[in-house]
Design a protein around this ligand. Structure first.
Ligand SMILES: Cc1cc2nc3c(=O)[nH]c(=O)nc-3n(C[C@H](O)[C@H](O)[C@H](O)COP(=O)(O)OP(=O)(O)OC[C@H]3O[C@@H](n4cnc5c(N)ncnc54)[C@H](O)[C@@H]3O)c2cc1C
Length: 306
């Protein structure tokens, strides 16, 4: 690629959403660049579950397969680097990377994902993606009918505790947070959820496995897995730099997009975890496909993409 290359579309983030967005553009023989820093959110898990026809495949294997399929299209370039700055130009957009590369494109698709803020509980971070988890649809079946825990972080944690009890006997760890109101307690009781109000000292177990939660009062509550509704933040400031409208989501801020992934900034599309509160690889891939098609249509028909 020469420095003068202007891509039809530049995709920031090359995982479920980004690689899916690139495919319809590649299949329309558009010049596409996928810029990716190689840190998908689910890289901490050994297996990814629920993805169509790929249940149980390792996250990085899935991503590599997606890249391999795209690499068959000669108009697709991959740049392994991190976007650090984005701005508008006369004919589209310009991105600067961490290593100092400058990339230009007529359209942008943002698909850079979110990162999780893990609560500061000793022994929790090193089990993230193994026995400390956020989503039972992704990693619940593996712990079916075993002792499960939910850590109280936000008001959403109550909802999580009510849901997790579908998979196994559940304890809701308040860990210093206030006792829920009477109505909430009656819902939790109806689902058989136990409440534990003592603060947590540490999670115990060999390596990634979990034997249980050690409480500050010395008791060890045996547990196979602990669920945590993390707060999320975007991995990049690009959307702010471009002036994309944002709004508060259930776990953290999300980029406002319409039904086809167009942001509030013409020519900038977005897909995946950065645009929604329900986070899942299949949703991200579907969002990416939509955004890729919309970006292509806007190349053909102009900003409205009709
Ligand atoms: C522990 C864990 C386990 C999970 N397990 C499952 C599961 O089993 N099944 C399931 O369906 N979902 C699972 N999920 C959810 C799933 O990981 C996300 O919904 C999905 O990864 C979102 O895809 P995405 O493409 O939006 O973002 P990501 O997959 O996070 O990809 C974003 C990509 O953008 C890159 N990037 C970030 N910033 C920049 C930048 N500035 N410049 C260039 N590149 C950048 C990153 O390196 C990354 O490659 C899990 C999540 C977690 C945290």
């Amino acid at each position: 690629m020469s420095p003068a290359t202007i891509y039809d579309a530049l995709i920031v983030g090359g995982s479920f959403a980004g690689l899916s967005a690139a495919m319809p553009l590649a299949r329309a023989a558009k010049k596409v660049c996928v810029l990716d820093s190689g840190q998908p959110r689910n890289r901490f898990a050994e297996a990814s579950h629920g993805f169509f026809a790929q249940d149980g495949v390792a996250p990085l294997t899935l991503k590599a397969a997606g890249r391999e399929k795209l690499a068959a299209y000669p108009t697709v370039d991959f740049v392994n680097d991190e976007a650090v700055m984005a701005r508008h130009t006369q004919d589209g957009f310009l991105i600067e990377t961490l290593r100092g590369e400058v990339l230009r494109a007529r359209k942008l698709v943002l698909a850079f994902g979110v990162r999780d803020h893990l609560p500061d509980v000793p022994g929790l971070a090193e089990r993230w993606g193994g026995t400390v988890l956020h989503c039972p649809y992704c990693h619940g079946y593996e712990f079916l009918n075993q002792a499960l825990g939910v850590l109280c972080i936000t008001p959403m944690s109550v909802h999580q505790a009510l849901l997790i009890s579908e998979w196994g006997p559940t304890t809701f760890f308040l860990n210093g947070k206030d006792m829920p109101d009477a109505e909430t307690l009656s819902h939790l009781k109806a689902r058989g959820v136990q409440i534990e109000s003592a603060p947590i000292a540490t999670l115990e177990g060999e390596a990634e496995t979990l034997d249980g939660v050690r409480l500050m009062d010395g008791r060890l509550l045996p547990l196979a897995a602990l669920y945590v509704a993390t707060r999320t933040e975007m991995t990049s400031l690009l959307a702010e730099q471009l002036g994309c409208a944002m709004q508060g989501g259930m776990h953290g801020p999300v980029i406002v997009v319409d039904q086809i992934g167009q942001t509030s900034v013409p020519g900038v599309f977005a897909a995946g975890d950065i645009t929604r509160s329900m986070h899942n690889a299949s949703f991200a891939a579907a969002d990416g496909m939509l955004a890729g098609v919309a970006a292509h249509r806007s190349l053909v028909f102009g900003p409205l993409g009709m």
